[in-house]
Each structure stands twice: as structure tokens, then as C-alpha cells.
Design a protein around this ligand. Structure first.
Ligand code: GTP
Ligand code: MG
Length: 230
């Protein structure tokens, strides 16, 4: 049985669809299949960029005996949050609409050691001639009012499928370990107990971000001083 037939049979047997007509069940199955293919495409685009980043990192360790990348995380947006975001924006709930309007369905977070590593990686990603940079925002030079810092890129990544080449946008967030420390805790605090975040607390969180940014600069300076001695 093909994967498609498997899903169609499963859908046909869903109690919620017992009283619907065949046409509706076919439509439902078609959308479901389209969505699965979209997920596969976006997951593949993540793999392309992760492999590329891994090659850059290992090349650095061969050439310069150090790793600019500390960690790489990735995620595909869940169907629940895709639907939630489309609903919030008042957009149609279809795979085409998600593809057109949500540029962060595929996400990669790269944590680097030093600020200079971030720009090195941005340059290397920008130089690849098969990537199309759709958007980029430097929240390091221009931090968000919250204090948030990171470099964001949305890259349209080619994926070579069996029959054709397709592009999928991948959101890449590049930050230092220090920026990641702040963003992770701030996110936890803000989204878990958002009601408790007073303007005073927001201001304190921004101050923490500033202090962490100073430390990042200091570590960068130490790194450059020590590298010069090599
Ligand atoms: P979204 O609709 O949320 O995707 O916003 P956007 O498309 O305008 O992108 P933006 O560059 O503003 O932020 C996208 C992502 O950056 C978010 O999903 C978070 O992961 C991260 N981010 C942005 N601002 C903050 C912040 O103040 N705190 C934390 N912790 N993360 C942030
Ligand atoms: Mg987002």
C-alpha cells in the first residue's frame, strides 16, 4: 500500500469524517498529502543548511584548530502553531498560504563562541550562490527594545527532490552563547508568566542584556588579544 493510500484509508476511517461525502474526504486527503510533502521539503532544507554549517565548522577546526560553532538546533514549526499563526493573521488555512506567508516554518539556531564568528558565518552563508537571502536583520547592531540580540537571516534553500528542484525558506538565527543565555531565560520568563512581566521587570531584563553584551565584547577582545599572540 502506498503512503498516500495509507493516509486516504486512515482518513476514510476517521469517525469525524463518517458523515461527510466522498468529495470532502478526497479534498481532506489531498490537503493532508500536500502538507506532508511540505513538511518533508522544509525538513530537507534544514538538513541542507545544517550539513553546510557542519562543513564550515569542521573546516575551521582543520585549518585553524578551533570551532566557531558551539551548537546547532533546529525545529519545524508544529502544525498547531502553523494553524495558530495563520488564524492570528487572518490568513487562509491552506498549505499554499502557509508556504507563502510563514517564513519561519523551518528554523535553525546557531550558537557561536564569539561575535566575530557570527559575522563570519553570515558572510559564508551569504556567499553561497545557490542560496537566496530573502531577509536579514542585524539585532546585534540594532538590538530589539526588549534587549534581544541575534543575527537573523531568511534563506531560500534549494532542495533537489527526485523529480525537481524546490526552494524552501529557512530562518537562521545566529547568536553567541551569551546572547542565547539571555534569550532563552527571557523567553521562559516572558512566555510562561507573561502576566507577571511589569515594565520594571522588562527594564531589568533589558539591563541584563546590556551587561551580557558588554561581557561578550570583553570576551571578544580577550580572544583577539590571545589570537594575536599565536
Ligand atoms: P515573528 O512573527 O515572531 O516570527 O516575528 P518576525 O517575523 O518579525 O521576526 P523577528 O525577527 O522579530 O523575530 C523572530 C524570532 O526571533 C522569534 O520567533 C524569537 O525566536 C526571536 N525573538 C525576537 N525577539 C525576541 C525577544 O525579545 N526575546 C526572545 N527571547 N526572542 C526573540
Ligand atoms: Mg518567528
Amino acid at each position: 500500500m502506498s503512503e498516500k493510500d495509507f493516509y486516504i484509508e486512515t482518513i476514510e476511517n476517521l469517525p469525524a469524517l463518517y458523515n461527510t461525502n466522498q468529495n470532502m474526504r478526497d479534498q481532506f486527503a489531498a490537503v493532508f498529502m500536500e502538507f506532508l510533502q511540505l513538511q518533508h521539503l522544509y525538513q530537507s532544507a534544514i538538513e541542507v543548511v545544517k550539513t553546510h554549517l557542519g562543513i564550515i565548522d569542521s573546516e575551521f577546526s582543520v585549518k585553524f584548530q578551533r570551532n566557531p560553532i558551539h551548537n546547532i538546533e533546529s525545529r519545524l514549526k508544529s502544525p498547531e502553531s502553523i494553524i495558530g499563526k495563520l488564524q492570528k493573521k487572518g490568513l487562509p488555512l491552506t498549505p499554499e498560504s502557509a508556504q507563502k506567508n510563514l517564513l519561519d516554518m523551518a528554523g535553525i539556531r546557531v550558537t557561536c563562541c564569539y561575535i566575530s564568528d557570527i559575522y563570519e558565518i553570515v558572510n559564508l552563508l551569504s556567499r553561497r550562490d545557490d542560496y537566496v537571502i530573502l531577509k536579514q536583520k542585524d539585532y546585534i547592531k540594532n538590538p530589539k527594545p526588549s534587549g534581544y540580540r541575534s543575527y537573523h537571516m531568511i534563506i531560500n534553500v534549494p532542495v533537489y527532490l527526485s523529480a525537481q528542484k524546490k526552494y524552501a525558506p529557512v530562518e537562521v538565527q545566529i547568536r553567541t552563547m551569551a546572547m542565547d543565555f539571555w534569550a532563552s531565560l527571557e523567553h521562559q520568563l516572558r512566555y510562561k508568566q507573561s502576566a507577571a512581566i511589569t515594565p520594571e521587570i522588562s527594564e531589568e531584563l533589558r539591563e541584563c542584556a546590556e551587561r551580557i553584551a558588554e561581557t561578550d565584547l570583553q570576551m571578544q577582545r580577550l580572544f583577539m588579544e590571545i589570537s594575536d599572540l599565536d
